[in-house]
Write a protein that binds this ligand. Structure first.
Ligand SMILES: Nc1ncnc2c1ncn2[C@@H]1O[C@H](COP(=O)(O)OP(=O)(O)OP(=O)(O)O)[C@@H](O)[C@H]1O
Ligand SMILES: [Mg+2]
Length: 856
């Protein structure tokens, strides 16, 4: 198949065709598509999303819920009730199903809308040529035939070919697993294999060097990445928290199944098969399942996300909120978070340490003509006045900067002169040098003594907090047209350019707050040791232990795990080492955050439990991040951490209440069905009880959290959930059983009175205990949020109204004599007092695993 054909059919090997062929077959031009044509194509090809169909329609959501086993069973129960002429049950069951589904869907919908809006606010855009102008478009609006302009640090939005490029380097690790950048240039590839496609860029990869103009050939699911993403549904692996909640849900489900079978069996033996006992078992199953847990989690997290956004922290992945609160190690790069990132080129010195305009002139030529990533250092260099003869130099070739060799070279010519000028990390440049240029222009061999002197000079400037770039040159043959990496040798050292980047005054307080919050702060920088150490001293940051990139490259992963905890400063590390450090910290048991803004930070951001970036960061860093800070400030992050912990604390309240009351109810029901000659609650009453209790908890996402719950990183612990359940559950069923005994043997209550009284006891204790177990402190020492007070007491009022007024006749309630009511009130009060007393033991925190090694 020819290349043209491949393009026409939207098939894979489009890179074998020539650009002219591709432009023709796509009906496109270098100036971009007309807007009307683009709209037409958008309709024809659909949105440029790798995975579509994540947004389920309302109908689909409803369908999914109706198909849930519990709801399905309830609907069957309603049908059977209706079929046997029990219209009352039929209507009430349907109402209950409807109400809980609507509650669930509405809440979740609201949460999703809020999150979508947040995500959109930090979404990555692309520069697209339309109607001959360059416009910023949402990536999803890109269509085949579009012409996209790309720079280093940006994501490739779709599959396409290079129309032109300069020093273009792409990172295709997402497709190939290969971490090293691949060179890209225009032309037609020789073979159909993607590894031949030197002229193609693929959606989902990123530009890490140079720039490019790309013609889009395939979008959305038709891209290479789209095909992969669709096959794995691009699902992120669940976090520890998500796994924990899921495991808990499964445990409860199994217990419920077991219990329902048990109750059904005892009912069968006692009373034979009846509709009543079937409905009872169904209602029990419904009542015992924490069916609203997923919704409450989503709603609580979404509310947390909205609150965090108000504090300039935008969450892209909801569960990252939990991880942020659990984070106990934060790794940060230096520039921007600890410094102002206002880099100024303040001067240059030669090999003897004397001021030198010659060095400044050479480094300007390098920055001016360097391809690849233009860094903030280049911007600082070019902000100064041009050198004397700068205009007469022209670029011939260049070797773009990369973070591994930390150098950039240009080949420039002026009249008959041809020079290669190299700049980069001083020690890297110096290692390429064999000669040195003196102040008078003389070039002499670089002896060991002089080399040591220059190294000392560099060290000494670094200790004063000055950032340096070394400058060297090499005269080349006049007919030289290309330079290669091997040409970066035998250089003549000229001197260093000096830069200042003022420390951020607010960083000291922000780091102190993070440490106060139980988070260890580590600095991972590509800069030199003295510069980083000077910064740490200036800001008086508590940091001990330093490790260099060189040391790290000598260590195997296992050895690195053993050593990462010893150091708080990591210097001269490469992007790959940044992510190795993060992974090692995670493997040694920490929950690790990484904040950075550069291309070189993206792998580490991705590797962290909580990847953080800032609004002004590069696209790749922002795309890799779970959380975006709208202000590059660690103080904002400290606020976010507090919010994350609050959200977690509220979810734990729901988990605790759900598990302990469910477990208690299970025990009570099992006991009751063994000893009572009738059902302790009619099926409808159980459903009603469950519904009212669910409503009473709607206020939890709004609740305040105690200062104590915010003070330290938390971690999901199944042990502590189980302990709470095993203490508080039996306690509540102890009082349930006392109520049974009192009603049945003490007062000799009739079925109707018994059920009404127990309904009142059960709902009152379940709801009121919210106020006790929402805090580990004494009840009176922690004030609940008004919304929680209103929802829970409101729900209780409704329950009492239903049970104690003639309204209750519809669901089988009877009038309860005053002495019984008084007795029930007494039992309930006794239960609450006991719960308050026991909660201290039940809520004692478990020691966190993995922190012992990291304690300061
Ligand atoms: N444009 C450039 N040309 C030559 N060398 C450069 C350039 N940009 C950076 N370098 C060198 O590479 C080193 C690492 O880059 P950079 O400082 O961006 O890393 P980093 O890890 O992001 O550091 P930080 O912690 O300060 O954010 C720099 O210290 C400098 O020596
Ligand atoms: Mg950086």
């Amino acid at each position: 198949m020819s290349g043209t054909q491949a393009v026409k059919e939207g098939r894979s090997a489009f890179w074998t065709a020539s650009n002219d062929e591709i432009l023709r077959s796509l009906g496109a031009g270098a100036a971009g598509l007309p807007a009307a044509e683009a709209d037409e194509r958008r309709r024809r090809y659909g949105p440029n999303l790798a995975v579509v169909g994540i947004h389920r329609s309302l109908i689909a959501k409803l369908g999914k819920r109706l198909a849930e086993p519990l709801i399905a069973i309830l609907l069957i129960a309603a049908a059977i009730s209706g079929g046997t002429g029990d219209w009352q049950s039929f209507v009430i069951i349907l109402l209950i199903v409807l109400f809980s589904i609507v509650l669930d869907i509405v809440q979740e919908q609201k949460a999703e809308t809020a999150i979508e809006a947040l995500k959109r606010s930090v979404a990555v855009t692309a520069s697209v040529r339309r109607d001959g102008k360059v416009v910023e478009l949402s990536v999803k609006d890109i269509v085949p035939g579009d012409v996209v302009e790309l720079r280093a640090g940006e994501l490739v939005p779709a599959d396409g070919v290079l129309l032109s490029g300069h020093g273009t380097l792409a990172n295709e690790a997402i497709l190939t697993g290969e971490p090293y950048p691949v060179e890209k240039r225009p032309g037609a590839a020789a073979g159909p294999s993607p590894s031949d496609a030197f002229n193609a860029l693929f959606g989902g990869t990123s530009i890490v060097g140079g720039e490019a103009v790309m013609l889009v050939v395939a979008t959305g699911g038709a891209t290479r990445f789209g095909a992969i993403a669709a096959s794995v549904q691009a699902k992120e692996p669940p976090t520890a928290f998500e796994r924990g909640v899921h495991a808990l849900g499964m445990l409860i489900l199994r217990l419920t199944g077991f219990l329902v079978l048990f109750v059904l069996l005892t009912q069968l033996i006692h009373h034979g098969l009846s509709l009543e006992s079937f409905l009872f078992a169904v209602a029990l199953a419904v009542g015992l399942t924490p069916e609203l847990l997923p919704m409450v989690m989503t709603v609580t997290l979404a509310r947390g996300a909205v609150r965090m956004a108000a504090r300039k922290v935008v969450v892209k992945r909801l569960s990252a909120i939990h991880d942020l609160g659990a984070m106990n190690v934060l790794c940060t790069d230096k520039t921007g978070t600890l410094t102002e990132a206002k880099i100024v080129h303040v001067g240059s010195f030669d090999a003897d340490g004397a001021d030198s305009t010659r060095v400044s002139g050479l480094i300007r030529l390098n920055s001016r003509f360097a391809g690849g990533t233009r860094s903030s250092l280049d911007d600082a260099i070019l902000a100064g006045p041009p050198g004397p003869a700068e205009e007469s130099w022209t670029r011939v070739d260049d070797l773009p900067f990369d973070f591994e060799r930390r150098c950039a070279s240009v080949l420039v010519s002026c009249h008959r002169e041809m020079e290669m000028i190299t700049k980069g990390a001083p020690e890297a440049v110096l290692s390429f040098c064999t000669h040195v240029e003196k102040a008078d222009g003389m070039v002499v061999e670089l002896g060991a003594a002089e080399r040591a002197k220059i190294t000392d000079l560099i060290e000494e400037k670094g200790r004063r907090g000055l950032r340096l770039l070394g400058v060297a040159r090499r005269p080349m043959a006049a007919d030289c047209r290309h330079v290669e990496l091997s040409d970066e040798s035998g250089l003549i050292f000229v001197g260093c350019a000096v830069f200042l980047d003022p420390p951020k005054a607010s960083a000291t307080a922000a780091v102190a707050r993070l440490i106060e919050a139980g988070i260890r702060v580590k600095i991972i920088s590509g800069d030199a040791a003295p510069v980083v150490q000077h910064l740490v001293e200036t800001l008086s940051l508590p940091a001990r232990g330093i490790m260099t990139g060189e040391e790290i490259s000598d260590l195997k992963d296992a050895a690195l795990v053993a050593r990462v905890n010893e150091a708080d400063l990591f210097v001269r590390v490469s992007p790959d080492q940044k992510s190795r450090i993060v992974r090692a910290l995670r493997r040694s048991g920490h929950t690790v955050g990484f904040i950075g803004d550069g291309i070189n930070d993206a792998p580490a951001i991705h590797a962290a439990d909580v990847g953080l970036s800032v609004e002004g960061g590069t696209d790749v860093a922002r795309e890799a991040a779970d959380i975006i800070l709208l202000a590059p400030d660690l103080g904002v992050l400290a606020d976010g951490v507090v919010e994350g912990r609050r959200t977690y604390a509220n979810i734990m309240k729901y988990v605790r209440m759900g598990t302990s009351s469910n477990f208690g109810n299970m025990l009570s029901m099992a006991f009751a069905s063994l000893v009572l000659p009738f059902l302790p609650l009619a099926p409808l009453q159980i459903l009603l009880n469950n519904l009212i209790y669910d409503v009473s908890e709607i206020g939890i996402p709004f609740d305040r959290a105690d200062q104590e719950a915010l003070a330290a990183p938390h971690a999901w612990s199944m042990q502590s959930v189980l302990r709470f359940t095993l203490i508080m559950g039996p306690l509540s069923s102890l009082f349930d059983m006392a109520t049974f005994a009192l009603l049945f043997w003490g007062f000799g209550a009739t079925v109707g009175v018994f059920q009404t009284a127990w309904f009142v006891e059960s709902i009152a204790t379940q709801i009121l205990v919210i106020f006790i177990i929402r805090t580990a402190k004494p009840l009176w020492a922690s004030r609940p949020h008004p919304v929680l007070v209103v929802t829970s007491l409101g729900a209780l009022a409704v329950a009492l109204l239903l049970a104690l007024t003639p309204l209750g006749g519809y669901v089988g309630f009877a009038a309860v004599p005053l002495p019984i009511l008084a007795a029930i009130a007494g039992v309930s009060l006794a239960y609450l007092v006991a719960a308050e007393g026991l909660k201290r033991i039940a809520m004692r925190p478990f020691a966190r695993q993995g922190t012992s090694t990291a304690a300061p």
